[in-house]
Design a binder for this molecule. Structure first.
Ligand SMILES: [Zn+2]
Length: 336
């Protein structure tokens, strides 16, 4: 399917050079899941901890990042942005614990992405995927006469221009209003397969969302790590223990997803609905770092009106392009 060699899996942060070993006393099995003492885990990366609310809230920070964890919460604040976790934060004794998978696959790459640079091939080719197309309009707002497939393609065409100007080779899954297959599962797998065929180094899928009219905001999805349920839990529980191609690059997915989510919400000033996890077909079948962006709610009266304007769609493209640049800068060890 992919002519080039897939990205080798990044090693567990516990095996990255230059990190002291995690003491065995910092690990506990809670509810059948391996958990790590958050304070001890982050201290290994040089983040200092402050306990708040009698230990129910923990803030860890260094010069670049501030992370806030709350007992029993399924999400964390990373530099003020919502990041959903695979497992809730748990209080044991007077300490807060985070799941080992969240610690290693999510927090470690977010706080020190540069540690993963040695395991990251350079980015030459970026595949952009405009969601839906042809007989599948995606989300629609009849009152405003806009639909998802048209706006997604417009954003992707704008993004192509921006990324080509930065020197990337850009390949689109579709360049006009057509579906890749009239069969839904095949259509999605064809998008992933195309990325494999052209040797994509990054895969970015652009969508818009729909919900009751009051709902608005931006959410960004990355592949769910093996053994964890997605943010919206899978109906097919057999998927949860399965290792998919997209899991080979879990830490890089986290860095890419966060970088794009941060830049995009900042560029748009849109409501932060969080960095989330999903086993979407286009994410789980990719061999390279991948992200699916729900840029905004086309169904919202106010946000839908903005999405209908070329100026706002240009801002979406610029936010995503800026996120790609931030991702590469962070892996190169340059905070940006
Ligand atoms: Zn969609």
């Amino acid at each position: 399917m992919r002519p080039s060699v897939p990205v080798p899996p990044a090693p567990s942060p516990d095996r990255l050079p230059g990190l002291p070993p995690l003491p065995a006393t910092a690990t506990q099995r809670i509810g059948g899941i391996d958990y790590t003492d958050a304070r001890v885990f982050f201290a290994r990366y040089g983040l200092k901890a402050t306990e708040l609310q009698s230990g129910h809230r923990l803030r860890v920070q260094d010069g670049a990042n501030v992370i806030e964890l709350d007992a029993d919460q399924h999400d964390a604040l990373v530099n003020g942005l919502i990041v959903f976790l695979g497992e809730p934060v748990v209080m044991r004794g007077s300490a807060l614990f985070i799941s080992k998978i969240d610690a290693e696959h999510l927090f470690a790459p977010l706080v020190q992405p540069g540690r993963f640079a040695a395991f990251t091939p350079p980015v030459h080719t970026i595949v952009l995927d405009a969601g839906h197309g042809g007989i599948d309009p995606g989300a629609q707002n009849a009152a405003l006469n806009v639909n998802e497939k048209t706006c997604a393609l417009d954003v992707v065409l704008r993004l192509r221009t921006l990324l080509e100007a930065r020197g990337f080779k850009v390949v689109l899954t579709r360049t006009s209003d057509h579906e890749l297959s009239t069969d839904k599962p095949t259509d999605l797998s064809m998008r992933a397969e195309l990325a494999g065929r052209v040797g994509a180094d990054l895969f970015i899928s652009v969508h818009f969302n729909a919900a009751p009219p009051a709902v608005h905001g931006t959410e960004t999805f990355i592949m769910t790590p093996q053994s964890q349920a997605s943010t919206q839990a899978e109906k097919d529980k057999a998927m949860i223990p399965t290792a998919y191609p997209g899991n080979r690059v879990d830490p890089l997915n986290a860095v890419l997803g966060y970088a794009i989510h941060r830049r995009l919400t900042s560029e748009l000033g849109s409501m932060d609905r969080g960095l989330k996890h999903a086993r979407f077909e286009v994410l789980r079948l990719e061999n390279c770092p991948s992200v699916l962006i729900e840029s905004g709610y086309i169904s919202s009266d106010t946000e839908g009106r903005k999405i209908a304007t070329p100026a706002y769609r240009q801002k979406i493209a610029e936010g995503i392009a800026s996120g790609v640049a931030a991702y590469l800068a962070q892996l190169a060890g340059t905070r940006k």
